[in-house]
Design a protein around this ligand. Structure first.
Ligand SMILES: [Zn+2]
Length: 116
């Protein structure tokens, strides 16, 4: 898997904040942000500005810094689960292919009297 660099990461920051980042790009984005202090700081600033404006409009005050860490954690956890489920489905697919192959061979050997 190829990983994105700081430039690409920065290009996707606003999408992430607005929950518009999905799939492979979201995964790579989160991985980069976790490993790169510069990008995390940049994201934090953008997030704080974006959310602070919302909050001022709504009259709410919440610890936004904590909220960003939580957003990253929760999103990554959800993605782990997603990839985990994909692995399971892939395994089931392989398993059913094996069963089908076995059945077909069984049928053929029965039909033609060939023993495999
Ligand atoms: Zn970076």
């Amino acid at each position: 898997m190829e990983y994105i660099d700081c430039n690409v990461c920065e290009q996707h920051m606003n999408s992430f904040i607005e929950n518009r980042l999905v799939g492979e790009m979201l995964w790579q984005f989160l991985t980069h942000v976790e490993r790169c202090p510069e990008c995390f700081e940049e994201l934090e600033i953008r997030y704080l500005i974006e959310r602070a404006l919302d909050r001022i409009e709504n009259g709410e005050s919440i610890n936004l810094r904590k909220e960003l860490s939580r957003k990253i954690r929760v999103t990554k956890k959800a993605m782990y689960f997603h990839y985990f489920m994909e692995d399971i489905l892939r395994m089931l697919e392989v398993f059913s292919m094996i069963v089908i192959t076995y059945e077909v061979f069984g049928f053929l050997s029965h039909f033609f009297g060939i023993v495999f």
